[in-house]
Ligand binder design. Structure first.
Ligand code: SF4
Length: 206
């Protein structure tokens, strides 16, 4: 569990990078804030995330009348591809992340790249939800986490079988089933507060 000073330090480090961070005790609090923050009628892209699935966010937003683009709900590969492309031009984008450093870095590994692309540019606003288990002290540790914890577990979840799935660590493989094609560190934003990081005081996702 992080103490108040540690949380304040992270929020301050993000602020210096034009990223708005805020803290929520649990996922329910974070979800309530999302629902009050996003204006009615907005279009919202959804990044594939265990945390967002746990929030049941796509169903709740759809029921409230938002236009939700969630590729995980697509019925065909073509529809999934189209949703990924259209999500790059939504009003809002919601996603989890692989790691965040307390210095204010946001680190992600992507297979096809749609999620990191949307985080970087396109959607007008982005909300990134992160549990305290994904916060590291340094950028180096955040990259290590993304490669050695998040990527193998995400590969397994997506039905791929690169070497890390058995080894539980990255060997920078050249497997045909490699899931790591983009390793992206967001270090700041030109558009102030476009990215909002919701730090949740629970262990979420992997
Ligand atoms: S590069 Fe290969 S071994 Fe390393 S995490 Fe990615 S898929 Fe796994």
């Amino acid at each position: 569990m992080m103490n108040k000073n540690e949380i304040a330090k992270i929020i301050n480090n993000f602020q210096k990078r034009n990223i708005k961070a805020s803290y929520y005790k649990n996922l329910d609090e974070a979800k309530s804030r999302i629902l009050e923050l996003i204006p009615a009628g907005s279009s919202i892209g959804i990044g594939n995330s265990r945390t967002l699935k746990r929030m049941n966010i796509s169903t709740e937003l759809t029921n409230k009348g938002y236009k939700v683009l969630d590729k995980t709900l697509a019925k065909t590969k073509e529809e999934s591809l189209e949703l990924k492309r259209k999500s790059l031009l939504t009003d809002w984008y919601l996603t989890g992340t692989n790691a965040v450093s307390s210095e204010g870095h946001i680190v992600n590994i992507d297979h096809s790249g749609n999620r990191v692309a949307a985080m970087i540019y396109g959607p007008k606003k982005v909300i990134i939800i992160v549990g305290i288990n994904k916060i590291t002290d340094t950028l180096r540790e955040a990259v290590h986490r993304a490669k050695n914890i998040a990527a193998p577990l995400n590969a397994k979840r997506a039905g791929f079988n690169p070497p890390c799935v058995e080894l539980n660590k990255c060997i920078d493989c050249s497997s045909e089933e490699r899931v790591c094609n983009s390793l992206v560190t967001i270090e700041g934003q030109a558009d102030k507060d476009r990215i909002k990081v919701f730090i949740v005081g629970e262990e979420l996702g992997f």
